[in-house]
Design a protein around this ligand. Structure first.
Ligand code: ADP
Length: 301
């Protein structure tokens, strides 16, 4: 097959591994820099142009769209969909997953376990917002944050009120969430491919830290998921409409709760922790599903 990986940097671990895995399974794999694609939106012949030429017809694309380029990146993916190219994750599902509030609302509609979460735009009734998620300690999150930046633990109601006021004062969008203390500074990353959890790892925060992000000094180890955790991850991926994703789960006293669903999950941490060849599983998924026109929305969304 002819496969394109949409990625800003061919040297990234995930990009390299996907190319390697594709080629070793006999496919032709190109890495295309998403931001260098430009589009010809002709009525009957949509095309993507790149460095002065029209890109050839690919059987499938693997979008690796970073959070900072979601807007343009999803437009490029949509253009491929309009051309009938199969996308591992559809543009509409990627956009959906990038909006934290929308994601939580969609997950809650389908009864996926979530931490009690509230959000507001105005500082009208901050004490009530805090009370509604169970009172302090609470976690306050910047909607725009990634890699744990902008995730704050407020131990008292007073501290929570001042932090929320401060964020609202600078017009930053936030959500307020019940602090899952019993998770003990750890979370579970489930890697889902084609409706199955193919690998999982438990990430533990560094001493004195509650955020388990590997970028923040967290460490990862293998974990055997419970049936309920596995079902939660699979269900979350399904609700978001993502074929390949990372579902982050906290082990709470009221069962597994989903924190986030990531549409471009990194391969390095999970392949290292589990010693599994996840890149090849993504390619196998494409081999089974990457037929022309097999993209549900065909660029409509
Ligand atoms: P980001 O998307 O920036 O990584 P997350 O929402 O995943 O932000 O939060 C970063 C880390 O903080 C998580 O991996 C988890 O360890 C911890 N964390 C986040 N929300 C909660 C919560 N409600 N209760 C307990 N720990 C949390």
């Amino acid at each position: 097959m002819k496969i394109a990986i949409l990625s800003r940097n061919e040297n990234l671990y995930s990009t390299r591994r996907l190319k390697e895995a594709g080629e070793s399974r006999g496919h032709e794999v190109d890495i295309i820099d998403t931001l260098h694609c430009y589009m010809d939106i002709t009525r009957s012949r949509p095309a993507v142009r790149y460095h002065g030429k029209q890109l050839p017809k690919y059987d499938a694309i693997i979008p690796r769209i970073g959070a900072s380029i979601t807007f343009y990146g999803t437009a490029v993916v949509r253009q491929f969909e309009m051309m009938g190219t199969f996308s591992v994750n559809e543009s509409i599902a990627i956009s959906r997953s990038r909006d934290k509030l929308r994601s939580l609302q969609l997950l809650s509609r389908k009864d996926v376990g979530l931490p009690r979460t509230g959000f507001a735009n105005k500082a009208d009734n901050i004490p009530d917002l805090i009370k509604n998620v169970g009172g302090a300690p609470v976690v306050i999150k910047l909607l725009e944050g990634t890699q744990g930046i902008g995730v704050v633990l407020a131990e008292t109601n007073k501290a929570a009120e001042s932090i929320i006021e401060a964020f609202m004062g600078i017009k930053a969008d936030i959500l307020v969430q019940e602090f899952i203390k019993e998770a003990g500074g750890s979370d579970i990353r489930c890697f889902v491919v084609g409706g199955k959890v193919v690998a999982a790892m438990k990430r533990q925060a560094a001493e004195g830290e509650f955020r388990s992000n590997l970028h923040r000094g967290g460490s990862a180890k293998l974990i055997r998921l419970t049936k309920e955790e596995r079902a939660t991850a699979v269900n979350a991926a399904k609700v978001m409409g993502l074929n390949v994703c990372g579902v982050d789960i906290l082990q709470s006293s009221h069962g597994p709760v989903v924190m986030e669903v990531n549409s471009s999950p990194g391969l390095e941490g999970i392949e290292t922790a589990t010693k599994k060849d996840i890149a090849s599983m993504v390619i196998e998924f494409i081999e089974k599903n990457g037929k022309p026109g097999n993209t549900r929305s065909r660029g409509k969304g």
